[in-house]
Design a protein around this ligand. Structure first.
Ligand code: SF4
Ligand code: SF4
Length: 216
């Protein structure tokens, strides 16, 4: 089995391998895990596929998490592995740590994760823990190293997400103002400003949904 094989199995569900690691004892993986494979949305196409699903249309809570558990759970079972989800906990699986160890995500200048394909829109729908140690590719290039303008640092109109970190109350306060409409309807302006995010193809509707969950 290879990461490319897993990626090919994920693609019909508009999912993709977003990185992988061989966890050490300090990485919080289930015992006996040889490889953790991180799974994220493959754009374009993820949101139309998800919103056509039964989980979205049945009106019950947490459709995105329920869809992820069904689809990635089946993927993991078919691979003989164990599915792990960011929403399961406490204790929560250390996805941030795994992302940094995956060779495809880094701490951005605004301290949130940036991914080589998804940019600041990176999200992990789940992970698959496998017993085998799969071959890992060479680490990807950190896009921030060639991003001279670094628009993420100055994009927040409320100065709530900057190189100094994230001012959560300041962000929520701004979203309650008229100026916050763009963030609520299209997603966080900092995440939108990143050129890697812009090339990823995520729909504003998806970001609007997550903003509604965030700013209830
Ligand atoms: S805008 Fe540039 S510096 Fe900021 S996260 Fe994106 S690639 Fe990195
Ligand atoms: S959602 Fe808007 S106000 Fe909040 S951090 Fe992002 S850009 Fe700033």
């Amino acid at each position: 089995m290879t990461l490319d094989t897993i990626d090919a199995l994920a693609r019909p569900h508009c999912l993709a391998v977003f990185g992988a690691l061989h966890p050490g004892a300090e990485d919080g993986a289930p015992g006996g895990t040889g490889t953790i494979v991180l799974i994220g949305p493959s754009e374009p196409g993820f949101w139309p596929l998800l919103t056509a699903s039964g989980e979205w249309r049945d009106g019950a809570p947490d459709p995105v998490d329920r869809w992820s558990k069904r689809v990635i759970g089946a993927l993991a079972e078919g691979l003989g592995g164990t599915a792990i989800f960011p929403s399961d906990g406490p204790p929560y699986a250390p996805f941030f740590r795994w992302a940094l160890a995956s060779g495809r995500a880094w701490a951005s200048p605004v301290r949130i994760l940036v991914h080589d394909r998804a940019g600041l829109w990176v999200s992990y729908r789940g992970a698959v823990a496998l017993r085998d140690r799969l071959a890992l590719p060479a680490p990807a290039l950190n896009p921030c190293e060639s991003c001279a303008a670094r628009p993420c640092l100055s994009a927040c109109p409320a100065q709530a997400l900057t190189g100094e970190g994230y001012d959560l109350p300041g962000c929520h306060a701004y979203l309650d103002t008229e100026g916050g409409h763009a963030c609520l309807s299209s997603g966080c302006g900092v995440r939108r400003a990143c050129p890697v995010s812009q090339a990823y193809g995520r729909l504003p509707e998806q970001s609007a949904y997550h903003m509604r969950q965030f700013h209830k």
